[in-house]
Design a binder for this molecule. Structure first.
Ligand SMILES: Nc1nc2c(ncn2[C@@H]2O[C@H](COP(=O)(O)OP(=O)(O)OP(=O)(O)O)[C@@H](O)[C@H]2O)c(=O)[nH]1
Length: 417
């Protein structure tokens, strides 16, 4: 057996700062201690087997009494569906505080194990359906989510809505996050709405959104809607974290549609032409026809599904049930073919690389040599006296050198003021 195997159920029950859980100390396989067998069904959802175990087991070993109590409280509250515990858990994964980040990882691993247990009971099928919704500003995303969300809670579903907002990363402000949106759904006890964190890089927001999805599913939300505005790279990031990607397009022509990137249309599993009511029905039909023809020329992104184009109105509710029915057909087709499970597996790899990118970039920016040289080199690049390639080489050299010696000397030789 490689690494240290840990019994999930004992993480919080027996591990302390001075004394790790018994199963951790003994390196036993999850479920093999008598006390484990009461709750653990098998080994398939064991999260820390092998290589990855060391980092998490270190976090667990270091847990203080109050930290354990906090994690226990959050976990118990979360899996019993308490919204306050879910909100607090998401705040924990969004934190920049190093110790809290470690606590968040311990909580997350435990929730992942719980969710895998649920999935194995569900015949290996995902317990929740994740849908990403994107479209240009003003396309009618929040109105659509509000109407669809209300319909779904009315049918007995629990719906979580998460936002990925690229504007919040650069400005600290938010295109999506204001509280006046989805007023009815936000009052619905079977819905949970969480705006994007108001700071951080897109990579950071991507990580926390992926983690928030896991937490929402742990809290029993069987439909998770991830909304993003069609700006920057956030649409691609969302397409990489959901089962189905839906593009919402307003019935406008020409310039308004220029903002929709071709690459993102290729990622869409469903296109919804919004606001198909009153005077807008005619342009909505036209857009539907145009997109239906355009999609025929694009490469299919699934073997078991052809991207469809539908029209809907959030004001009259016409086409809303049909749009959702298409989403359900997509899920059924993808589950039957196994493509949905395959997408999720591939997404885990993308998720891992986005974490690596984010962390490597942060290490790079925090490196003393890089920090010292960066302002000067950036300024010279901006003035045009230093090529971006050379500046990048100098910074990377400073980063890769193990000593923290600044690169100013070399920089000043190479670059004349
Ligand atoms: N006629 C009509 N107008 C709609 C419909 N849905 C939304 N609108 C209007 O379109 C505008 C934008 O709607 P939102 O739902 O806020 O659009 P959004 O895409 O979330 O907008 P951002 O938050 O800016 O990204 C509002 O004035 C809505 O009243 C619809 O079905 N029919």
């Amino acid at each position: 057996m490689n690494g240290v195997d840990i019994c999930v159920q004992h993480l919080f029950a027996h591990g302390t700062r001075s004394e790790p859980p018994r199963c951790l100390r003994q390196g036993v396989i999850a479920g093999s201690l008598p006390c484990c067998q009461s709750t653990i069904v098998g080994h398939s959802f064991h999260p820390w087997r092998g290589v990855g175990s060391t980092a998490v087991s270190q976090h667990i070993r270091d847990l203080s009494g109050p930290e354990q109590r906090l994690l226990n409280k959050l976990y118990d509250g979360l899996i019993s569906g308490q919204r306050a515990s879910l909100a607090e858990s998401i705040t924990l994964v969004e934190t920049q505080h190093p110790r809290k980040k470690e606590l968040a990882q311990v909580l997350l691993h435990r929730v992942l194990a719980y969710r895998r247990e649920q999935e194995s009971r569900n015949g290996g099928k995902p317990v929740a359906f994740r849908v990403g919704l994107s479209g240009p500003p003003g396309a009618g995303k929040s109105s659509f989510i509000e109407v669809v969300g209300k319909m779904l809670t009315g049918r007995g579903h629990k719906v979580a809505v998460l936002a990925v907002d690229p504007s919040s990363c650069t400005t600290g402000g938010s295109l999506l996050g204001d509280k006046t949106r989805m007023t009815e759904l936000s009052r619905d006890m079977n819905a949970f709405i969480r705006p994007s964190p108001t700071s951080g890089t897109l990579g950071g927001v991507t990580r926390t959104t992926n983690e928030a999805i896991v937490l929402c599913e742990g809290a029993g939300y069987d439909i998770v809607l991830v909304e993003t505005v069609g700006v920057g790279q956030s649409e691609f990031a969302v397409a990489d974290m959901v089962d189905m990607f839906v593009l919402l397009i307003p019935p406008a022509g020409g310039d308004e549609l220029q903002g929709i990137k071709r690459g993102i249309i290729e990622r869409a599993d469903l296109v919804v032409v919004t606001k198909s009511d009153g005077d807008l029905v005619v342009p909505a039909r036209r857009i539907q026809t145009e997109y239906t023809s355009a999609l025929k020329l694009l490469r299919r992104n699934s073997k078991s599904w052809n991207t469809k184009v539908v029209r809907a109105s959030s004001h009259t509710s016409e086409g809303i049930t049909e749009a959702w029915a298409k989403m359900e057909s997509f899920r059924d087709a993808m589950l039957t073919s196994g493509e949905l499970q395959g997408r999720r597996r591939a997404q885990h790899r993308v998720w891992m690389w986005s974490l690596i990118q984010e962390n490597v970039l942060r290490h790079f920016q925090n490196h003393p040599g890089v920090r010292e040289a960066l302002p000067r080199l950036e300024e010279r690049v901006t003035r045009g006296v230093l090529s971006p390639g050379l500046a990048a080489d100098l910074l990377l050299k400073a980063f890769s050198e193990s000593s923290t010696a600044p690169i100013s000397h070399e920089g000043s030789i190479l670059v004349k003021k």
